[in-house]
Design a protein. Sequence first.
Length: 610
Amino acid sequence: MCGIVGAVAQRDVVEILVEGLRRLEYRGYDSAGVAVVDADKNMTRVRRLGKVQELADAVAQQDVLGGTGIAHTRWATHGEPSEINAHPHVSGDITVVHNGIIENHEPLRELLQQRGYVFESQTDTEVIAHLVEWERRTSDTLVEALHKTAAQLEGAYGTVIVDRKDPERLVVARSGSPIVIGLGIGENFLASDQLALLSVTRKFMYLEEGDVAEITRRDVSIIDANGDAVEREVIESNAEHDAGDKGQYRHFMQKEIFEQPTALKSTMEGRITKDSVIIESIGVNALEILSKVEHVQIIACGTSYNSGMAARYWFEGLAGVSCDVEIASEFRYRKFVTRPNSLLITLSQSGETADTLAALRLAKEKGYMAAMTICNVSGSSLVRESDFAFMTRAGTEIGVASTKAFTTQLAAMLMLVTAIGKQNKQIDAEKEKEIVQAIHALPVQIEAALAYDKEIEALAVDFADKQHTLFLGRGEYYPIAMEAALKLKEISYIHAEAYAAGELKHGPLALIDADMPVVVVAPNNDLLEKLKSNVEEVRARGGLLYVFADEKAGFEAVEGMKIVSLPHVNEIVAPIFYTVPMQLLSYHIALIKGTDVDQPRNLAKAVTVE
Ligand code: M6R
């Protein structure tokens, strides 16, 4: 969850480190710190509670210079957010930053205290600093000391070490938390996400699980988990350099909501013709694998889970393939039965979500016919560890609240469903044409949904003083309501729940009063009349209704009921379309409430710890 940046160069690296942290701030933002060593072996460390800007201001006021350095932005796990708990942590000449959790930190802490080490912080990270310092005393190299240290650590970590007496190098270990090495000319870098380094390089090398690497200005040497020297593939990144900029927008979330037409175009590019899906574009051996699929098991967390829940209706309803969707943190800890010819699909924006990754690793041993990931970050752990990856190509998503990742996941899954249905003959050429044409129409229709921004902004005012909100939907719009509720609670801190509208009378109806706005997702489909009955149940009890309805659905504004009348779109893609006004609603409510939209309290973008 935390962000790490490191650099070894001839020039001063402070600016590079701080700029890298700014780009990683979405990974954690309760405190930040930097440590640099200069050619005379002087180490300077600056840490601040709060955002990276606090650190940047502090660094600007002091004379902080050095050619080798590490930096960190923190999402607290062990120990409250404070300057003392902020990274880097120091033990003698050793300085450390760490992302992840050291599960056995307590026994290690006791052992190190017995050896005479005094702990400054409550963090698990500080044990790494002292352990490396201890092992360094009897090791020929810093890499050897880190190797010995890594052998004693349990849990997940990406950790980087600098030795004040040896400022020519950084050493880094990866076990469960991503680390990417950025290759420069006469200088090298590392980070927990390539985004941090796009201003200095385009060439990247991803460390594998168990790798320990040494980085100097001229070289990168890597030893794998078996202690063998290895080379890792160098990947040229084509990620947008300005992905870290908000441009004309006030927030990244707003920018990402408005980027959805372009993102969707990119998702579909090269994957569909005018009227059919190009099955081969889904992945190597897709043709063979998809023709055998009899069951789909989707595993994901958060927003990605919600998109899986929505896609389940397509897998079963269009392709006739049974589909289960499960939260990764539940799946990984239960005994499950693998169905015959079951395709495992992990869904993830980041590709680094710890629970999803652990579930994938577990499932790979349990006889699934193949493990596929639908993911937005190439080179991420899920992409590398799955049998094949279908990239969503949404572009970098920085806002902690996921938006374009969700709609592009849905579009990717609709193409996948169509491919499977085509292979198993559940979808004929005419249906395929209808689906593909509906997908093609989406970017323009999403533009139309975005044009409701002002109308939705006006509606948001009604929610600002409310403590609770209910979202209702039926069928595939129930997961869309779930996603809307997640967005609202995440960025506005208003308690929001989603219910399948038919469930109302089984309990939640008791909550309805004038202080509980009820948002309804109301497309013009087979369930419309049923949904209208549910709306009446709310009205009859004095509930305040906000109905996002198809213009042909026949809703009329009456007292206690406001209508947002939306253009009709093809029923198959309508769940993607209806997501957008929901995103705008949450965004505008959060704006009125004055919350930190892009970095809501207590959260981080990529949840790389359990
Ligand atoms: O990167 P992933 O899609 O695997 O992330 C899963 C969740 O952590 C993520 O969707 C989270 O729920 C978002 N903050 C929701 O907006």
